[in-house]
Design a protein around this ligand. Structure first.
Ligand code: HEC
Ligand code: HEC
Length: 453
């Protein structure tokens, strides 16, 4: 998907700053017998676990300020208070409309199938007719739980064209893949590639609502909410937001022997996960309620263009959040084995080569499977190694600006020595297509056909 390569860089940067999740209570306090339920935050994760030094402006040579361990850095916005105030009619006009959008976006996150899928009840047509996961199954509690792919960094990093208030918030070049993204495009692309292909059109009311919620996660609804340390909203400090990136285990790129064991992953999955997600990984679905347990395989699950298709990315989530009733109980090795096993189960491709057209291929994550994205010419590793590891040698080759020593002359030059072009070519609104409510694939335009390199 669109969203992932940054994971690599920020994952490393965050590894040291991440907050331990040990002792985090699962839904139901660890005694859950029913398969449903939700990931919840450990309240301690909203307080700094160590002193945190931040730049006071966007200038990396400028002044810094240090907050002591124990400082509260986040407060979850009180959306139910706002819902009650709206019902009581205390706002009016444009103010009311804007506030209603925040609640609407929150509801789309938590009840995606009801709000935009076939169970839609507001009289408008569903945006997608297939099985839809709730966005909150991965972005736990509507994107407010550290280490569960939260939105705490999203608005301050990407900004949004529809909400833009200052030039810092104009979007981000996704440098390794060479195109622009803002909050709208990441919402759109994750709906397609993570959540079972729900396409939320740019400019739609639903998209504006989602964007309003994403912004509220950062800025809060009332004062004293959202990110509480103003410096943490600066782009320059973005990687220091605790748990904002689900850091990939440091051994993934740091240990030349760390690799997955898929057969072991199947055993662990059947033992620890299958009772809820099913042996086939298809989750539990009803046409009335949607997914009560989300799928981890099959057409309702993330596609091969979704972030979790990279096993180390998925492993970081699994180790910190699953099994639902005993998060943190798996070893890193076990989590990696399971994630890799899931990556091998059937799922939609949705891959389209033009997507990564004309970028610098050395920027690909070492663990981005070879069936996703352009492969650098002269790439000296097998598809199996890219999928199962070890990834350190691959990463070293991708970053190498000279001959790649560990492999001797057999490896030739490192990728970064090969002078690939870096210039982004895709426009901000680049949209590679989607399945509409009838299941028909539509490409809105910029690139009519996949581009061969
Ligand atoms: C007690 C039931 C239960 C068990 C056991 C369980 N899960 Fe989950 N899992 C859930 C539920 C429910 C969610 C959605 C959480 C939410 O909505 O906050 C979820 C979410 C997920 C997600 C993110 C959404 C998705 O479907 O991609 C993944 C990945 C996942 N689980 C993997 C696992 C793995 C791997 C294991 C075994 C180590 C496991 N789960 C064990 C119930 C369970
Ligand atoms: C199967 C899990 C899953 C589901 C379901 C899911 N996402 Fe995501 N989403 C991800 C992952 C993984 C990322 C990348 C996060 C990262 O790189 O740290 C992501 C990234 C995002 C981002 C960018 C966040 C950031 O700061 O980089 C947004 C916005 C987003 N998703 C919106 C949505 C919306 C809206 C939905 C529902 C329509 C949704 N997602 C459903 C897994 C999921």
């Amino acid at each position: 998907m669109t969203i992932m390569v940054r994971m690599l860089l920020l994952g490393i940067a965050l590894a040291g700053a991440s907050v331990a999740n040990a002792g985090k209570p699962g839904a139901g306090g660890g005694t859950t017998t029913s398969p449903g339920g939700h990931i919840v935050a450990n309240p301690n994760d909203y307080y700094l676990q160590a002193n945190l030094t931040l730049f006071t402006t966007e200038d990396v040579n400028g002044a810094t300020r240090t907050y002591p361990a124990g400082t509260q850095w986040y407060q979850v916005p009180n959306v139910e208070k706002l819902r009650a105030e709206l019902a009581a009619g205390i706002y009016s006009g444009a103010d009311r409309a804007a506030k209603a959008k925040v609640v609407e976006g929150y509801d789309i996150m938590n009840k995606t199938y009801e709000k935009i899928g076939m169970a839609r009840t507001d009289g408008k047509p569903p945006l997608f007719k297939g099985k839809l996961m709730n966005c909150s199954t991965c972005h736990a509690q509507a994107g407010t739980v550290p280490n569960a792919w939260p939105f705490t960094r999203t608005y301050s990093l990407f900004g949004d064209r529809a909400l833009q208030t200052d030039p810092v918030h104009e979007g981000e070049v996704y440098a390794p893949l060479g195109y622009w993204r803002d909050t709208t495009t990441v919402n759109r692309d994750c709906g397609i590639n993570c959540a079972g292909q729900g396409h939320i059109p740019v400019g739609s009311d639903e998209m504006l609502a989602l964007n309003s919620w994403v912004r509220a996660v950062t800025d809060g609804i009332y004062s004293g909410e959202g990110i509480l340390l103003p410096e943490l909203k600066l782009k320059v400090n973005n990687t220091k937001i605790p748990g904002a990136r689900n850091p990939v285990f440091s051994r993934v790129l740091g240990d030349a022997t760390f690799k997955a064991n898929v057969a072991g992953g199947k055993l662990s999955y059947d033992r620890a996960c299958a009772s809820c997600h099913g042996r086939d990984g298809l989750g539990k679905w009803s046409d009335r309620d949607g997914y009560t347990v989300p799928p981890v395989a099959g057409p309702g699950s993330h596609t091969k263009a979704g972030g979790p298709y990279m096993a180390p990315v998925l492993a970081a989530f699994i180790q910190r959040q699953m099994p639902l009733s005993r998060p943190g109980s798996l070893s890193e090795q076990d989590a990696l084995n399971i994630a890799t096993y899931l990556t091998d189960l059937p799922r939609d491709s949705r891959w389209w080569e033009a997507y990564y057209y004309d970028h610098n291929p050395c920027g690909r994550p070492a663990y981005l499977p070879l069936d996703v994205g352009v492969v650098p010419s002269g790439f000296p590793f097998t598809a199996a190694q890219v999928k199962y590891g070890p990834w350190k040698p691959i990463n070293d080759w991708l970053k190498s600006t000279g001959p790649y020593a560990p492999g001797g002359s057999a490896y030739g030059q490192g990728c970064a020595a090969s002078n690939y072009r870096l210039d982004p070519k895709l426009p901000e609104d680049f949209d590679y297509g989607f399945h509409d409510v009838t299941g028909t694939f539509t490409n809105p335009g910029v690139y009519a056909q996949p581009q061969a390199r």
